[in-house]
Design a protein around this ligand. Structure first.
Ligand code: SF4
Ligand code: SF4
Length: 296
């Protein structure tokens, strides 16, 4: 991580991390609720002057927010009632009112989108391959598992293990699946069809076949599976709680529980490097920062 601060992309990611959009989103919310605006888009047209907050200056706020218009438009039902599509519960399972629920939903969606870009800028410059290799010899794990959808398995030129035994077990079942008369994780990387679906198993000291040995980059980057796109800093403002879904007036309401947190995976080198900046980012977004280990 030594030369990272000199890297342009890293600096770009860091700049975005230091300029979270949520404080601007709150300004738009206030203008929408207290102003004469029927829709959100015209507010963005008017935000042409720089906005200064206690920690950052945003030069072209309207332009910065434009890609987030679909998320911002989620506040329009406050003025133009529409059947709800979700419900949000507090941790004590009491239902939040429409405004609180809307604020949390917009927070989750704006931060998810914003962090996708930030994570991609920061990761691309680290020269790190931790997400694409099996455990090192000194790690307590025997393997890492990368869950895949059935179509995603076509991205990997690997052997497939799909039999009655594998379909009765998971990678973490107490009874260990045997392959070639040894525990499955003592074999080469392979695709396994478990009880709950497919996954790629990377045993100790192995690597994903799509990892380019020379560059350390992913050879199928634009097509990489969904799980490989998951960022190492991500919002946990809401947690999906399908068991509380409901149908109201013939409309399906997807349920969530408000958690109000921002999670960051401590194994990731840029998370460790930017711990203070991530904590400040979370606070500016009104979330509690939580650092957790994943693969230790
Ligand atoms: S598919 Fe690409 S991003 Fe995913 S584990 Fe393999 S090399 Fe890494
Ligand atoms: S641990 Fe972090 S830096 Fe390393 S590959 Fe994963 S996301 Fe990128």
């Amino acid at each position: 991580m030594n030369d990272l601060t000199a890297n342009t992309k890293f600096q770009e990611g860091l700049h975005l991390l230091k300029h979270p959009l949520l404080p601007l989103v709150r300004i738009v919310q206030l203008l929408y609720l207290t102003g004469p605006f029927e829709r959100v888009a015209p507010i963005l047209d008017e935000l042409i002057e720089p906005i200064e907050t206690a920690t950052a200056t945003y030069d072209k706020p309207g332009e910065l927010l434009r890609p987030f218009l679909p998320e911002l438009e989620m506040m329009e039902p406050l003025k133009h009632p529409a059947p709800p599509t979700y419900r949000i519960l507090a941790e004590n399972l009491e239902e939040l009112d429409q405004f609180e629920a809307m604020e949390l939903m917009i927070c989750q969606q704006v931060i998810t989108k914003e962090l996708e870009q930030i994570n991609s800028l920061l990761c691309g410059t680290c020269g790190c391959t931790l997400c694409c290799v099996g455990p090192t010899a000194d790690m307590g794990h025997d393997f890492f598992e990368i869950p895949l959808s059935a179509p995603e398995t076509a991205l990997f030129a690997l052997a497939r293990i799909d039999n009655d035994d594998s379909r009765k077990l998971t990678a973490n079942s107490e009874k260990v699946l045997q392959v070639n008369d040894t525990p499955f994780y003592q074999n080469q990387p392979a695709l396994y069809h478990w009880q709950q679906g497919w996954s790629l198993i990377l045993p100790k000291k192995s690597r994903c076949p799509n990892l380019d040995a020379a560059s350390g980059g992913c050879m199928i980057y634009p097509q990489r599976p969904g799980v490989c796109r998951k960022p190492q800093i991500f919002p946990y403002a809401l947690e999906r709680a399908a068991e509380h879904d409901r149908i109201e007036d013939d409309h399906d309401l997807a349920a969530y529980i408000g958690r109000g947190k921002l999670l960051a995976v401590w194994d990731c080198p840029y998370v460790r490097e930017l711990k203070d900046e991530i904590a400040t980012y979370a606070e500016l977004c009104g979330l509690e920062p939580v650092f957790k280990e994943n693969k230790a």
